[in-house]
Design a protein around this ligand. Structure first.
Ligand SMILES: [Fe+2]
Ligand SMILES: [Fe+2]
Length: 174
């Protein structure tokens, strides 16, 4: 849940950017790249990753109530939706960098979609999902999951920069 708080702070900055882009009819590509990196690596890979690869995986082994099973499926679909929007955001940014200013409105639309979507997703998890779920797990199971979360986080920085070097090698050694 405290990771949600950092995601909310980034979303606030996105809302600020929407106003700025509207005023200037142009984007700050560095902000877009930074926001995309945050959403992809922190919000998606690190945060949704722990939810899907550890929490939802273990929940999948439990006999969930119909309501909890439904919410879990919705959350997985919502994560996919967020990935699609970020993909569209990157596409629009690339077009702008190639001189197509007509897609500035697409950037605004993507930033708006993200800042509308995430608070609802976060509220669903914080208020209707995470706490009742604890009931499905024993104290030992909760501790084991927490340890796995730490391990998952610990590996993230290595994953990010290994991928970064690999991508640079692919593009620069051509
Ligand atoms: Fe989530
Ligand atoms: Fe979450």
């Amino acid at each position: 849940m405290w990771e949600h708080r950092l995601i909310e702070r980034l979303l606030k900055l996105c809302e600020g950017q929407i106003i700025k882009i509207r005023q200037e009819n142009n984007i700050d590509p560095v902000f877009i790249d930074t926001a995309v990196d945050f959403i992809r690596i922190y919000a998606d890979r690190t945060h949704h990753g722990k939810e899907e690869d550890i929490l939802f995986r273990d929940l999948g082994k439990k006999k969930l109530s119909a309501e909890h099973a439904r919410i879990m499926n919705e959350l997985v679909e919502e994560h996919k939706y967020a990935r699609t929007v970020v993909g569209k955001l990157v596409e629009a940014k690339e077009k702008i960098l190639k001189g197509n200013k007509a897609v500035v409105k697409d950037i605004i639309a993507c930033l708006k979609e993200l800042s509308d979507f995430y608070p609802k997703h976060i509220e669903k998890e914080d208020k209707h999902f995470f706490f009742p779920l604890l009931e499905y797990f024993s104290r030992e199971e909760q501790d084991a999951m927490l340890n796995e979360f730490w391990e998952f986080d610990r590996n993230m920085i290595h994953e990010k920069y290994t991928k970064l070097v690999y991508t640079l090698e692919q593009t620069m050694n051509k």
